[in-house]
Design a protein around this ligand. Structure first.
Ligand SMILES: Nc1ncnc2c1ncn2[C@@H]1O[C@H](COP(=O)(O)OP(=O)(O)OP(=O)(O)O)[C@@H](O)[C@H]1O
Ligand SMILES: [Mg+2]
Length: 238
């Protein structure tokens, strides 16, 4: 069986500087796969390339067996790959409801869209309670919920989350991680980029450690969580 997403020897450059230097990994349907690594490792570059926002200089991206190398970003979304970007990028002056609806902009199945809006509100009740308010009035953690909810509105086969816990309080971070676990339990396939290695590896089926454009270590979430070099470098242990 082919994996939902197969990345092979992917290389991405900004001008002459290669930010991703030939990485390979797979995401199987139903899995949570995490990319962890220090600042500048190439995690966001990888996600932006999978989304069609950047073009690779080499390698292959296959989604359901189909090459995405030349697929424009809007078509990538309609194929079922959604991206909740680093920094969230919600529209602060639009209402929460309208921000969510934007995630469904390529769909025309109104009834199903309404149902998915309700699902987002069930997942994140605060968004439902404040649906008519400007999104900019939400706290950072609530804005992260909105960004995740918006990505889910495209009915993705693969949900990519770039640093969902960034800048959040420990309690809010736990909430976001619990939601990711809940989405996984519902069968959502997730590619999770995180600097919080402990949280990400705890819920991931597989993980890959990135350093300056390369994957330097791969394993199951549990393997990496207990790996000595990972514990030293990413979990703050001596
Ligand atoms: N638009 C750009 N132009 C030039 N270089 C860039 C650009 N965006 C990123 N880079 C460089 O590419 C490398 C990888 O950056 P990237 O944002 O992918 O890292 P990251 O792993 O997501 O880091 P972080 O954990 O800080 O978000 C870095 O050296 C970065 O400076
Ligand atoms: Mg990043």
């Amino acid at each position: 069986m082919t994996a939902l997403l197969e990345v092979e020897d992917l290389r991405v450059a900004y001008g002459k500087i290669e930010a991703v230097k030939g990485i390979s990994f797979k995401v199987e349907a139903g899995e949570v796969v995490t990319l962890i690594g220090t600042n500048g490792a190439g995690k966001t570059t990888t996600l932006r390339t999978l989304s069609g926002l950047l073009r690779p200089v080499g390698g292959q991206i296959k989604f359901q067996g189909r090459s995405l190398k030349k697929t424009p970003a809007h078509q990538v979304v309609s194929l079922g790959l959604a991206h909740s970007p680093e920094g969230r990028h919600i529209f602060p002056r639009m209402t929460i409801e309208d921000n969510l609806r934007l995630g469904a902009f390529l769909r025309s199945d109104k009834q199903a869209i309404d149902k998915d809006m309700q699902r987002a509100y069930d997942l994140f009740p605060i968004l439902g309670e404040r649906r008519k308010q400007a999104a900019g009035t939400l706290s950072g953690g609530e804005q992260q919920m909105l960004a995740m909810g918006r990505a889910l509105m495209s009915q993705p086969k693969l949900l990519m989350l770039d640093e969902p816990s960034m800048g959040l309080s420990p309690i809010m971070m736990q909430k976001i991680m619990a939601t990711i676990a809940e989405l996984k339990a519902q069968g959502t396939t997730i590619l999770l980029v995180e600097q919080n290695a402990q949280a990400a590896l705890s819920l991931a089926d597989h993980g890959h450690v990135m350093e300056v454009g390369n994957i330097v270590l791969s394993g199951t979430g549990q393997d990496l969580l207990h790996d000595e070099s990972v514990r030293k470098a990413y979990l703050g242990e001596d």
